[in-house]
Write a protein that binds this ligand. Structure first.
Ligand SMILES: C[C@H](c1ccccc1)n1cc(-c2ncnc(N)c2C#N)cn1
Length: 298
């Protein structure tokens, strides 16, 4: 199998591939794809600087899948989720989840507890983020008084999501649903930080996706993973400059060092990662999982 062809999963038909995850549909007895469930498969692929690196990070897919399942359990009092089963084919054991197929809302629901990235750029331009006025004097990494909802569009693969004014969310999905997903998104991040901070991790921001099951709003996709969120080591938090990434710092530092021979501005794909960077990055994913869940990754 070349890296460009999706994995064959017995009993499932490939539906879609994202940067680091793939979607499959279960087949019914006649071999026809069912329309009531999906299989979400997390790969070991890692995305950095808008490139999907050729070098996989062993067990990344499994660690992030198990972490997301742990968070779903801890968020069930806030919102139901789409998980149906973790009984999946051996070829994707531990890194796939059978989920209920939902009518997905066309909004990337982002909440920010700390100011950085695109939110910081918006703030520096006019003191607001997503149209919400923030206190003066904030800098890169500043903690916000409370999590802020900063939705964006669902851009096609390879393009960047665009900030979506709250009024546009209301126009798209209606005011009641917009209010519901805003409140849920900020509550999920607040809950995540309550738990993560006790374990030495700050979750600066997160992206969640919701779908509808009839009239019910259901939490979908993955939740509070280092792929959907910015994880920062709490002991290194220092507002005023870019914070080190909990999980991607080794990759970023090597890729931007002279050792890689890569020029980020060149537009060329990054080189393969050396074994030590792969091992260190794997260890950080496992460490984040074990610190947050208190479980041993196996
Ligand atoms: C963006 C994301 C994706 C995940 C994994 C790989 C590529 C894309 N995605 C999720 C759905 C989706 N559709 C219907 N029901 C659902 N429960 C879900 C979910 N989750 C569609 N796309």
């Amino acid at each position: 199998m070349t890296s460009s062809q999706p994995l064959t999963v017995p009993g499932y038909a490939h539906v879609y591939s994202g940067k680091v995850r793939d979607l499959y549909a279960p087949l019914d007895d006649s071999g026809t794809p069912r329309n009531d469930q999906l299989l979400l498969v997390a790969s070991d692929r890692l995305s950095a600087y808008d490139f999907v690196l050729d070098t996989p990070i062993p067990d990344k897919g499994a660690v992030l899948t198990q972490l997301s399942l742990w968070w779903f359990e801890r968020l069930e009092d806030l919102v139901p989720n789409h998980v149906v089963s973790t009984d999946v084919p051996d070829v994707v054991a531990g890194r796939a989840v059978l989920v209920k197929r939902l009518a997905m809302l066309p909004v990337e629901c982002v909440a920010r507890a700390y100011l950085t990235g695109g939110g910081l750029n918006e703030y520096l331009a006019d003191g607001h983020v997503s149209g919400i006025a923030l206190p003066e004097g904030l800098v890169d990494g500043s903690r916000l008084p409370e999590p802020v909802f900063t939705p964006s569009t669902k851009a096609p693969m390879g393009e960047h999501d665009q900030p979506m004014p709250y009024a546009a969310v209301e126009a798209e999905i209606g005011a009641p649903l917009a209010s519901r997903v805003r409140d849920l998104t900020t509550a999920i991040l607040a809950r995540g930080n309550e738990i993560a901070a006790e374990r030495g991790i700050l979750i600066a921001d997160t992206k969640v996706e919701f779908g509808l099951d009839g009239d019910d709003v259901v939490l979908a996709d993955e939740v509070l993973t280092p792929d959907s969120s910015r994880f920062w080591p709490a002991d290194l938090w220092e507002p005023g400059h870019p914070q080190p990434s909990y999980d991607k710092q080794f990759v970023r530092e090597w890729l931007t060092s002279s050792a890689s021979g890569w020029d980020k501005a060149s537009g060329e794909a990054p080189p393969d990662l050396p074994e030590d960077v792969i091992a260190q990055t794997r260890a950080k994913y496992v460490e984040a999982y074990e610190r947050l869940t208190g479980r041993t990754f196996s």
